[in-house]
Structure formats: C-alpha cells, structure tokens
Design a protein around this ligand. Structure first.
Ligand code: ADP
Length: 623
C-alpha cells in the first residue's frame, strides 16, 4: 500500500489542499453538535494525518530507502489509513443503525447514545489490536529511487482488514436499507462502491496509489452531500418551518371551529330576538331586544374579523372572482351606510362615475367588505359634517381601475399614528373613542384584502378636521354582461304573505335549538315548517313522497353532512325541491362552494333577516 511514482505526489498535494480547505470551512461554519458531525470531523482529521504520513513515507522511501525511519513510517501510514477505514465503518454503522433514535430536534436519545458509545469502543479495540499487529509484523518496502510500494505480511494484513470492513459496510447498509430513511444518505452507497473498487485496484496493483486519495475524495464528497452543515441547517429550517406551519394550521382550525361554535348560540340569540321584536311587546322591551340584536351583531363582526385575520395570516384567504354588477354593490353599500348613520347629523354624499361598467369580474364580497369597513369607520369617527363616498373608474383596455374614496369631516388621525393605522388591534384616541365600538382589526383586514387583490390603499388626514381613505383596485371588465352572482337586496318589494300561506319548508339540522330558530323565523311568514334532525330522516321523508316547496339543509351534521345528503336526494327521481345550504361556517367562498355542490342558495348562521327575505322572495313568493 502507499506506492507511487514521485510525480504523482502532486495529486496528494492537491488532495491535502482541498481537504485543508474543507477543514477550515467545516470548522468555521456554525453547526450542531451531533454525533455525525463529530465523526465527520474525526474523518477529516484522520484523512489529513493519513495523507501527510503517505506523502512523508513515499518521500523518504524514494529519497533515502535505507533510512532507519523509512519502514516504521510506512507502517504508521498503514495504521493511519486503517484508522480512516474504521472511522468510516463507524460512520456507516451510525447512519444506518436501527437504534438511531433522535428527538424532534435531531439530538440522539440517551439509549442510542449508550449504544453508539459501546459500538465505538468495540471498533476502537479492534483497530488498536490491528494497528499493533501492523506495527509488529514485518513490512517490505520496494524502492528504485523513482517508484516505491510496500508488500509483505503487514501490507497483506492491512488489505485484509480493510477488505473485511468494506464488506461490513455493504452488508450493514443493505440490511438496514429501510432504516436509512433519509435519502440524503444514499450517496454513501456510491462511496462504498468507490472504496471497494479502490481497495481491489490497490491490492492488485500496489504501485498505483489510490487508497489515501480515494479516502480524501470520499471525505470531501461527503461534505457536499451528507455532512454539509448548510444542508443540515436548511433541513432544520425546513423542519422548523413545517412545525410552525402545523401550529399555524392548528390555530386557524381552532379559530374556525371556535367561530362555528360561537355562531351556533348566536344564531339562537339573534333569531329569537328578531322574532321577539315582531311580537306585540312594550316599547321598552322592544328597545332592549334591539340592543341584544345590536350587541350580537357586534359580536358577530368581531368573530368574523378574527377569523379573517387568522385566514390571512395562514395564507388561506382566497380571492373568489365572479362576475358582478358594481352599481348594485354600491347602492347596497349606500343603503347599509344610511341605516348605520341613523339620526346622526351628517350629510351623506355620493358621487359615482357615470362611466362605471355594467359588469365587472372580481371578488365583490371582499370589495364590499373593504368599502364597508371604510364607510363604517367614517360613520363611527364623525359626529357632524359630511361623509363623501366617491367611486371613479379609469379604463385601460379591458381593465377598469376602480378608485374608491371615503372622505369624512370627523375626528381625524394624528400624523404619527398614520403609520400604525393598518396594524391589527391598534386603536387611537382611546379616551375620545371610548364609547365607539371597535376591535382595531378592520383596517388591518382592509389593507391585507386590498393587497391580496393587488390594489393600493392610502390615507390622508388632518387631526381634528377629517380623513380621506382612497383605495385603487383593478377589475376586469366583462364586455357582454351576463347574469350576476352578486345578487343584491334590491329595492324591497313587500313579501306577499298570502302567497306563502300554503308553502311548506323542511328544515334539517342536528341542533334542536337551530331547528327551533329557523321554524320560529319562518312562522312570521306564515310558512308551514317540518323539522328533521338528520340527513337520513330528510331522505326518508322525500322517499315517502312528502312534498316541500323548499328545504333548509344544514351542512355540518354528524354521520351524514348536508352535502352528502343533497347528493343522495338528487339521486331520487323527480326530486326538484330547491335546497338552501345552511352553515355556521361562514368563510369567504362558501357561497360559491355550496352552489358548486348543487345547492340552490346559501344562508349563513346566524340567519340574517334580510337574507332570509331574499331567499323567500326568490324561491317561495311565486304563484
Ligand atoms: P376599529 O374601528 O375597530 O377600532 P380599525 O382597524 O377599523 O378598527 O381602525 C383602527 C383605528 O384607526 C380606529 O380605532 C381609529 O382610531 C382610527 N380610524 C380609522 N378610521 C378612522 C376615521 N375615518 N377617522 C378617524 N379615525 C379613524
């Protein structure tokens, strides 16, 4: 072993050079203190020493073969290279071991640590015995002043031990293939094949030096594939990111189910209060019930806000684009704002561009939410004066840039607060606004929504004089207006109750109180109702040829969801009853989801009286 023509020493020098570089990089890089990292450092050091011993022994044997130290130096070199072989054996053993148990941060568990320690001492013992044998038995060194190689019992013994180790690598890696879960270790197989080939070549042609260079080469390659600390850090970062994502998902899921849980009792509170207001009760009681409704609506707004923020943070908020008629949305916003203005002495001015396209393509629900937030704030933070709601449109090809501005003569915002305006849970002028309801979520959501739609929002404000919020959003123009999904509560034609007298509605919900709320609300319209507490019962009723004019079908029911129930209903021949999805899981895009599933419409819980009116007018107020 260790035999070379003098010129080939350059190859050794090159190996030494790049190995040195890797050592510097490896030692200066930040890395974790894992067993693998420790072994790798050991491999680097041993390879380095073996290379130096190799070069020194070759040099001495060629320059001065009779020197008393030439023979021991060759033996030392054999001991060095065998050290590398044993260390690599330990490395292969560790990465492919069944007992490689580590905790979530990648640190070895105590039992694994003890197990690997034992294995290390056993291998160290065998190595020391082998080294002793190499040093004691004779080694012959051939040198003709230009070429040198070693042979004899000591060399043969080294080849044999190295060969056994290589076989051990192969066996252990193949038998524990499944345990080498991490695919990054697969290159180790290639190294083993490389090492096997070099040991065979070395044993056959001792005058060609291969082993030390192969060891150096494998050690260096291992850096780029297995032991690269950067790679490890990236893997760790990925792991941390996955964990964070998991936690975030859990949070969103929790918030979504919490919102669902809160909506269910709210449904009862709002539903019964609305029913109560219609009854003949004293004015005082009416006022109190109206307060309950207002407080519930505020609570609902908070729940929706928290849900929106969590969705935005988890990147789960989707923009659902559909065709809509902007003018209808604007009219709706005006009527909503006027209702919210109540008796406040504020002049509400509107100024809408006459060139506004009839039909646009975009997320009208979110656009409505954005504008409503701004209008509501203007109303909240203005005592007297005016509010001006302007919408302009700049057309460029088939894009319409909507410029929406809401200006008020309200309390205004201090200059230094403007930067923080869009931060969640930030509210200003608390002393002044103490009586104004709010969470500080509205503008944070508004800004995120505008950004999601690639738009811009700007604020101008003079403290004490008023504020102006301007939003710019690009919307696609639909040239041929088609039927809009942005149904609006058009000028309310009164519902003809006489037409509803013989209508029958089937309400399906697993929650008894929800059934009662829906029945109670429909009673005001003189509609007959039948209650079912499961999808199975609903299907049975239809199978038994019971006839209904409309079905309210809750989606989230145990055993059979509303969506599944509808699928089964649709399989029944002659089933044509319009079916409305009922859900407390009011997330954006839900309406589209349910329409896609085959429902005819969608109502979210708590049931909004206006929405209920709309549905009844659409499906029941016909002759
Ligand atoms: P909220 O209104 O629920 O408190 P927002 O995020 O909508 O939360 O608004 C954050 C803060 O910005 C408000 O608390 C208020 O101090 C200020 N603000 C928003 N709009 C206006 C406005 N039109 N005029 C004056 N101050 C406003």
């Amino acid at each position: 072993m260790g035999c070379i023509e003098m010129g080939s020493l350059y190859f050794q020098i090159a190996s030494l050079f790049y190995l040195g570089l890797i050592m510097i990089i490896y030692c200066t890089k930040k890395k974790r203190n894992t067993l693998e990292n420790k072994i790798y450092l050991g491999l680097l050091i041993v390879t380095f020493i073996a290379l130096i011993l190799d070069m020194a022994s070759v040099y001495l044997a060629i320059v001065n073969p009779t020197h008393f130290f030439a023979n021991p130096l060759c033996k030392l070199y054999l001991v060095g290279i065998l050290g590398w072989v044993f260390l690599f054996t330990y490395y292969v053993f560790v990465i492919s071991s069944k007992k490689n148990y580590s905790d979530e941060e990648g640190n070895l568990k105590k039992a694994s640590k003890i197990y690997f320690k034992k294995a290390f001492y056993i291998l160290l013992f065998i190595y020391l015995i082998s080294s002793l044998i190499i040093l004691l038995i004779p080694l012959n060194v051939y040198s003709d002043g230009n070429l040198m190689y070693t042979y004899g019992p000591s060399a043969t013994f080294s080849y044999t031990v190295a060969g056994i180790c290589v076989v051990f690598w192969l066996v252990i890696m193949l038998s524990n293939y499944k345990e080498i879960k991490d695919k990054k270790y697969l290159p180790a197989f290639a190294f083993i094949v490389l090492a096997t080939i070099s040991v065979i070549i070395q044993a056959t042609f001792p005058e060609i030096l291969l082993v030390t260079s192969a060891a150096a080469f494998i050690t260096v390659l291992t850096y780029f594939t297995i032991e690269n600390p950067d790679l490890k850090l990236i893997n760790e970062l990925n792991f941390a990111r996955e964990q964070a994502e998991k936690a975030n998902n859990a949070k969103s899921e929790f918030l979504s189910s919490m919102s669902h849980e809160i909506r269910t009792p709210l449904n009862a509170i709002v539903g019964f209060s609305q029913a109560l207001v219609e009854e003949e009760i004293s004015n005082e009681a009416k006022e109190e019930v109206n307060d309950i409704i207002m407080a519930s609506e505020n609570l609902l707004e908070i729940v929706n806000g928290i849900l929106d923020i969590s969705k935005i943070e988890a990147n789960k908020l989707e923009i659902v684009n559909t065709e809509y008629e902007p003018m209808k949305i604007l009219e709706e916003l005006v009527s909503l704002s006027k209702a919210r203005l109540g008796e406040k002495p504020i002049e509400f001015r509107t100024n809408f561009d006459s060139l506004l396209p009839k039909t646009l393509f975009g997320d009208y629900m979110r656009i409505k939410q954005i504008i409503l937030n701004l209008l509501t704030n203007a109303i909240k933070y203005t005592k007297t004066g005016y509010i001006e709601f302007r919408v302009n449109c700049i057309q460029k090809g088939n894009i319409c840039r909507l410029i929406v501005s809401v200006e008020d003569s309200g309390i205004g915002i201090q200059k230094d607060k403007i930067d923080k305006l869009f931060t969640k849970f930030e509210r200003f002028d608390i002393e002044k606004n103490i009586t104004i309801e709010g969470t500080g979520l509205g503008l944070a959501i508004t800004k995120k929504l505008v950004e999601l739609m690639n738009g811009k929002i700007v604020v101008q404000s003079i403290y004490g004089q008023g504020s102006k919020f301007t939003v710019a959003l690009d919307q696609q123009i639909v040239i041929t207006p088609t039927i809009s999904t942005g149904e609006t509560i058009s000028k309310e034609d009164p519902i003809d109750l006489s037409l509803l007298a013989d209508k029958k509605v089937l309400i399906v919900d697993d929650n008894k109180i929800n059934l009662k709320v829906a029945s109670r609300l429909l009673k005001d319209y003189n509609i007959k109702t039948v209650e079912s507490d499961s999808g199975f019962e609903c299907i049975n009723r239809i199978l038994q040829k019971e006839e209904y004019d409309l079905i309210f079908l809750d989606d989230m029911m145990p055993r059979m969801s509303g969506v599944e129930t509808l699928k089964k209903l649709k399989e029944i021949s002659n089933f044509h009853t319009p079916t409305i999805a009922l859900t407390a899981n009011a997330i954006s895009g839900m309406k589209e989801k349910y329409l896609k599933e085959g429902f005819d419409d969608y109502l979210s819980k708590p049931i909004d009286r206006k929405e209920l009116n709309r549905v009844i007018r659409k499906f029941l107020n016909t002759k």
